[in-house]
Design a protein. Structure first.
Length: 182
């Protein structure tokens, strides 16, 4: 394992190769990751709190029950990344391409997804309450079971998104429609 300390604070990591690395139970606080390759790595119960990721690659990376609260991603790639459980609240993913990424059962409260490209991506059973989705492309995205109460269908592309009937009623009401039983 690359990291010998369980907890790291305020460090900067540049051009680090973490390909196929297995990380478990580590804590990073206010760390910066620049051009780090997380490809095919697994992170389990890892905390990246208030960290900054710039130009990092997460190809086929897996995050299980990880905490990324307050972290920022700039020019990072998430091709076939899988995120299961954990807390990604207050994370900045603006303008990020998440089209082939899968997020399941993830807390993403107040996450910034402004202009994110989530076409055909998966955001299943996620808590997206108060998330910023302005300009996001959710075309053909699987949103079933997620809290999409902050989604404004007039400011977000949602063509052919997969939702439940209950979510459909909520979106109709957001458009100002009067939804009634027959």
């Amino acid at each position: 394992m690359y990291f010998e300390q369980q907890r790291t604070a305020g460090d900067t990591f540049i051009d680090l190769d973490l390909v196929e690395e297995e990380m478990e139970g580590l804590e990073f606080d206010k760390c910066e990751f620049r051009s780090v390759r997380f490809n095919c790595s697994t992170q389990t119960d890892v905390a990246f709190v208030n960290c900054t990721f710039v130009n990092c690659s997460f190809f086929d990376a897996t995050f299980t029950n990880c905490k990324l609260v307050g972290s920022t991603f700039e020019r990072c790639t998430f091709d076939i990344t899988e995120v299961v459980g954990g807390d990604w609240s207050f994370v900045n993913l603006a303008r990020t391409d998440l089209g082939s990424a899968t997020f399941r059962n993830v807390r993403m409260r107040e996450t910034d997804l402004t202009e994110a490209k989530c076409e055909a991506g998966t955001l299943r059973d996620c808590d997206l309450s108060a998330a910023t989705l302005t300009g996001a492309d959710l075309t053909r995205a699987d949103l079933r079971g997620s809290d999409i109460s902050s989604l404004d269908p007039r400011a977000t592309t949602v063509r052919q998104a997969i939702i439940t009937a209950e979510q459909g009623v909520m979106l109709a009401m957001a458009l100002g429609l009067d939804v009634r039983d027959a």
